[in-house]
Design a protein around this ligand. Structure first.
Ligand code: DMJ
Length: 645
């Protein structure tokens, strides 16, 4: 191989043009540049690349806001998820100022004054919460073109609105008698009575989008007025069935049921994720059967349940992550033979219930075997489990990392809930749960600075990281449920502390919506408790915080939990509602002017988030009594088994 002679000096002179007549065609220019580049020595090329990288880094460092916008846009393109509407302006529940005077709509050419509300100090609803109306958008017209061409314009509140609705906000501002905030700035009792109806309204709006643009498909893409497929099984429709039943939306329920009866088939050559299809589809069908008694749903549950069983045909009996429900074959992800610990240990409530209803023991036996093995495994830390498990060896892999967030979260939830489902008899489940909570306290629990928020961090090979996923916000609810079922009182104390933290993850953001992940400050002298990295600023309409608010309210009757839930609902309406129907995930919870819609409505927004909000606001404690039902991790209530003793 010929190696060019080494040059000990740097010369950035380019070789002269070769023969051949010059023409200014794109191709000629491309070839010419490439030839010149190749004529440079390696040192010259490295130097040029180094300078370019340096310039790039300087550019990034000098213009953080530019990079922020770029990041938001890029992410939005990659993930394409959902969006928001001009709703009647629902004033914040936050009571100051007593009477909110809203500024007029900004001129499209106005300069951006500020994007931030100042340091996110510890807030509560008695403090004034700045909102989108404090800010004036600079590049509204550009944004409008970019994202809203077909859907209207980006409103001054960051929501996407229809052009012909653009006066709705001012109309609503005039109707101050509709305000849910009374003279003292507290939610008035009268208005609070309307909160369940507000959730029903949100559901109807989400359903309208799904029905108009995504009917029978997995997920709505509300901005593009289309849909996305994951399994091709009408995921949102099935996930939402029991929510419609619980919310009393009879008409909507009946049309969805007709689709299940006539269109839904599982005889499809399609790979589905075992965990996701179990919690959303099997769980949704079982729950709807239990609420309605309609055998249609049980038949469908049996069908999908039996089609998922090949996942357990592995050397270790720890199931594969994916199953082809048409072919009856299963496999791990392409890149590994590992499964996720949370996934293989959070399908038990559903398969156990399927066995009980069908009197066919194989479903329960398969998932019980998984629990039995995980119970005995080495590699736990004080009851905390690693995130991966190998389907060949049945051993934990990637050991030494412990989290209550993604990939481990619902393992802990299902220990407690299986124990409750089975009538509190399975001691091993309870022991594992209690040990794990002690493990959380010993290894993952810390307080932030300056305000001492209690949070659950992560541990990686002995190193503590103050990172907490929004997913962890299921924990206050689970702890409270345990305490309600006779577990130690300090579980309830911890639940309350963590609930406050999860609320702060919302209220300290400029949109009042939580990011996907936060980092807590622990150093003395920190000026704020919560930091959010650029890549973590998205909100997927997740349910965990409102789920926990529901449990906390049910067990304590403390009004603040309802108020917090109502604030969150208002902010979903303000920043994620899409005028033509549906709600969207957003990329940036820190920018109320442009939260950057992702054009996707996850099925759990209807399956979980709105259901828990409705139950939080409902005055009927017997509407899905927590002494009769246990919610699966997708918010599908399954009956607690009647005692046979
Ligand atoms: C849902 O599918 C379930 O709640 C699951 O346990 C976690 N992820 C989503 C919601 O965030």
């Amino acid at each position: 191989m010929h190696t060019p002679p080494r040059q000990d000096y740097v010369s950035i002179s380019f070789a002269g043009q070769r023969s051949g007549s010059y023409n200014n065609s794109k191709q000629w220019r491309r070839q010419s540049c490439w030839r010149k580049w190749k004529q440079l020595s390696r040192l010259q090329r490295s130097l040029i690349l180094f300078i370019l990288v340096l310039l790039f880094i300087c550019g990034i460092a000098t213009y953080p806001t530019v990079t922020e916008h770029l990041s938001g846009l890029t992410e939005g393109e990659q993930h394409t998820e959902s969006n928001s509407v001009l709703r009647p302006v629902v004033p914040h529940v936050l009571p100051e100022p007593l009477k909110q005077v809203r500024p007029p709509l900004p001129e499209p050419t106005s300069k951006k004054l500020s994007n931030r509300r100042g340091p996110p100090f510890l807030q509560n609803r008695l403090q004034k919460k700045g909102n989108a109306s404090d800010t004036v958008v600079e590049d509204k017209a550009a944004d409008t073109k970019k994202e809203g061409e077909d859907n209207g314009v980006i409103s001054w509140r960051g929501a996407v609105i229809d052009t012909d609705q653009a006066t709705e906000g001012t109309k609503d501002e005039q109707n101050s008698e509709d305000s849910p905030v009374d003279q003292k700035g507290k939610p008035s009792k009268e208005s609070e009575a309307n909160w369940p109806e507000a959730v029903r309204e949100s559901f109807r709006h989400a359903w309208k989008g799904y029905k108009d643009f995504a009917w029978g498909h997995d997920e709505l893409r509300p901005l593009s007025k289309s849909y996305s497929e994951w399994f091709g099984l009408g995921l949102t429709l099935i996930d939402a069935l029991d929510t419609m039943w619980i919310l009393g939306l009879k008409e909507e329920f009946e049309e969805a049921k007709a689709w299940v009866a006539t269109e839904l088939t599982f005889n499809k050559n399609v790979d589905v994720n075992l965990f996701e299809s179990t919690i959303r589809i099997l769980g949704g069908l079982l729950s709807t059967y239990s609420l309605t008694g309609d055998s249609l749903f049980l038949d469908k549950a049996k069908d999908i349940g039996s089609r998922l069983m090949p996942a357990f045909n592995t050397p270790s009996k720890i199931p594969y992550s994916d199953v082809n429900i048409g072919k009856g074959t299963a496999h791990p992800p392409r890149w590994t033979s590992d499964s996720t610990v949370a996934e293989v240990t959070s399908i038990q409530l559903e398969f156990r219930e399927l066995s009980r209803l069908t009197q066919e023991p194989q479903y329960q036996a398969a998932v019980a075997e998984v629990m039995k093995q995980v119970h005995k495994l080495d590699g736990k830390l004080d009851g905390l489990v690693p995130m991966f498990i190998n389907t060949n060896s049945g051993q934990f892999t990637h050991q030494g990392i412990y989290t209550l967030g993604a990939r481990a979260d619902s393992y802990y939830e299902y220990l407690l809930k299986q124990w409750i489902q089975g009538g509190k008899k399975e001691d091993q489940l309870l022991e594992d749960y209690l040990q794990a909570i002690e493990g959380v306290k010993r290894n993952l629990l810390q307080k932030s600075s300056p305000n001492g928020l209690t949070f659950v961090g992560e541990l990686s090979h002995g190193q503590f990281s103050p990172k907490m996923d929004h997913l962890v916000c299921f924990l206050p609810g689970t702890l409270a449920l345990g305490a309600h079922n006779g577990l130690p009182d300090d579980h309830m104390d911890l639940a309350k502390q963590l609930m406050e933290t999860c609320y702060q993850m919302y209220v300290q953001m400029e949109t009042g919506l939580s990011p996907e992940i936060v980092h807590f400050n622990m150093h003395e002298g920190s000026t704020r408790d919560i930091e959010v990295k650029l890549a973590d600023r998205h909100n997927l309409l997740r349910p965990e915080t409102v789920e926990s608010l529901f449990y906390l309210y049910r067990f304590t009757k403390d009004q603040k939990y309802r108020d917090w839930g109502y604030e969150i609902l208002q902010n979903f309406n303000k920043y994620t509602k899409v005028s033509s129907g549906g709600y969207t995930s957003i990329n940036n919870v820190r920018d109320p002017d442009y939260p950057s819609p992702r054009d996707k409505m996850e099925s759990f927004f209807l399956g979980e988030t709105l259901k828990y909000l409705y139950l939080l606001f409902s005055d009927d404690p017997n509407l899905i009594s927590l002494d009769q039902y246990v919610f699966n991790t997708e918010a599908h209530p399954l009956p607690i088994w009647p005692s046979t003793v």
